[in-house]
Structure formats: structure tokens, C-alpha cells
Design a protein around this ligand. Structure first.
Ligand SMILES: Nc1ncnc2c1ncn2[C@@H]1O[C@H](COP(=O)(O)OP(=O)(O)O)[C@@H](O)[C@H]1O
Ligand SMILES: [Mg+2]
Length: 251
């Protein structure tokens, strides 16, 4: 994050925060309520995990926060800004990576070029991103030939190279094996340690335990709980959350 001379912003604080949602509702095409009155506040911090079973509304919530969908009712603000105004300062990584039919390196260089980063500056940033993601030796491979885990790391590196203040990740390892999942999780940790505020979704309790500083538990479009990870996993306040972390199927 650029330091502005004379800025009152404390070092390391993320001006896009707090993220505040108030009474957020989203109705699908068939008028079914997909999110119902979701209100929470995320302050500066490290890693927030939106946890819940499939169909809970996690992806819809993340898309609303990034301004890709508009709420049917309720408000979202990022440090007072609308999601549309805040989006360019965020990175978003989708569940299924959408990569260009080009080399790994070109996929990263492309986002720098479209953001107007000078050609002379791009090479070093691309190299740093590839190193960070453990993809340096695959730089010249066609991106679409990478394994699922490598593709997901590439899409995280591509978002990270833009130096976003906030990185939103939607189920970053949902179809990966344990080793590939671990590599993605290590990268997410590094991104957060590097100063980006990470907000991610998962249905994987183990992943939430490994990565979350705080947990938003979403179930059937309702936010049932928002707790620090330590207290959430020690004993969630909501019975549905307790059943979910014991591995029970909840409906
Ligand atoms: N863009 C959309 N418009 C309308 N309905 C949607 C949209 N995206 C997802 N849905 C529906 O919203 C519900 C919650 O979906 P989703 O947010 O993808 O759940 P999760 O990510 O928790 O598995 C599902 O029933 C899904 O079909
Ligand atoms: Mg989802």
C-alpha cells in the first residue's frame, strides 16, 4: 500500500475497512431469498473465513461484496465506499480459475498491462509473483495445461501482483487434493502476511480451522454466527454451527 505523505492512516491499516453490511438481502430470479438480513462488520485484521454448507449463499455474499451482484435490500460499504468504488482496490479469485490461453507469465503480465503498469516495470513484478506462487519454473507453460492446484495458485498470483488491499477468494481449493490444497493455503497465508486483507469462503471445516482468524457462519442465507476462530471452534454459539463442525449434515 502506498504511503501518502501527511496521511493520518496508521501504517499497515487498510483504508477499505471496515467492511460493513447491514440487512443485506439477495433474491434470485425465482424470487427465492438467497441471503436474508445479513449484517456484519469486518475491521482490519488478517484472514476471515465465510464458512457454511453448499448452497448457504457464500459465493453470492462474496460477489455482492465485490460489486458483481447488487443487493435486493440492505447496504454494503468498504471504508464508506460502495462496492463498485472499492472493487478496483480488491483482488477476486473465483472458484474455477479463468485463465487466458497464453503462457503462465503472460497471464500475469496481461493484468499489469491492462492496469497501465509500464512495460519496464512489469518484468520484475511478474517474476516476484511467479516466485511467490512457486510457479517460476512453469512460467513458459500454457496456463491451461497446469494442474488444478497450479492454476489456482496462478490465479491468486495474478490477483496478488496488482497489490490489492483486500483479496477475496471463493472456495480456493474446493476440487484439489490435500497436497495442492496445502500449497494454496500456504500462498493465502503469505498473501495475508504481505498485508492484503483476506476474505474467503469455504465449506471445508479443516480449511477454516487452518486459515481463519475469524469465522462468519452462513446457513441457508442467514448469518448465524460471527466469532473469532478460536472461540468458534472451541464451542460455536449456534447449534447448527456446532453440528456442522462435528461433521453432521445440516439442512
Ligand atoms: N447470481 C445468482 N443469481 C441468483 N441466484 C443465485 C446466483 N448465484 C447463486 N444463486 C443461488 O443462490 C443459492 C446459494 O448459492 P451460492 O452462493 O453459490 O452458495 P454457496 O457458495 O454457499 O455454495 C443457490 O441456490 C444458487 O443456485
Ligand atoms: Mg460457492
Amino acid at each position: 500500500m502506498a504511503e501518502v505523505e501527511g496521511s493520518l492512516e496508521p501504517a499497515g491499516a487498510c483504508p477499505l475497512l471496515p467492511l460493513v453490511t447491514d440487512g443485506l438481502c439477495f433474491t434470485g430470479g425465482d424470487r427465492r431469498l438467497i441471503l436474508d438480513g445479513v449484517s456484519f462488520r469486518l475491521d482490519d485484521g488478517f484472514r476471515t473465513v465465510i464458512l457454511g454448507p453448499n448452497g448457504a449463499g457464500k459465493s453470492v455474499l462474496l460477489r455482492l461484496c465485490h460489486g458483481l451482484l447488487r443487493p435486493t435490500a440492505g447496504q454494503i460499504t468498504w471504508g464508506g465506499l460502495s462496492p463498485a468504488a472499492a472493487a478496483s482496490r480488491q483482488g477476486m479469485v473465483f472458484q474455477r480459475p479463468v485463465l487466458l490461453r497464453r503462457s503462465v507469465r503472460a497471464n500475469i503480465e496481461h493484468v499489469l498491462a491492462i492496469k497501465g503498469v509500464r512495460a519496464g516495470e512489469r518484468g520484475a513484478r511478474v517474476r516476484a509473483a511467479l516466485e511467490r506462487a512457486g510457479l517460476a519454473r512453469l512460467a513458459d507453460r500454457p496456463a491451461r495445461m497446469l494442474s488444478g492446484g497450479e492454476q489456482q495458485r496462478l490465479s491468486i498470483a495474478r490477483a496478488w501482483v496488482m497489490e490489492p488491499e483486500v483479496l477475496l477468494l471463493d472456495e480456493p481449493s474446493s476440487s484439489l487434493d490435500p497436497a495442492a490444497t496445502r500449497a494454496v493455503e500456504d500462498l493465502v497465508r503469505e498473501v495475508a502476511a504481505g498485508g492484503a486483507r483476506v476474505i474467503m469462503t469455504t465449506h471445508d471445516i479443516g480449511q477454516a480451522r487452518r486459515l481463519a482468524d475469524d469465522v462468519l457462519f452462513l446457513h441457508r442465507g442467514h448469518l448465524l454466527e460471527h466469532s473469532p476462530a478460536s472461540s468458534f471452534f472451541a464451542g460455536p454459539a449456534h447449534p447448527a454451527a456446532a453440528r456442522f463442525i462435528q461433521g453432521d449434515l445440516i439442512d
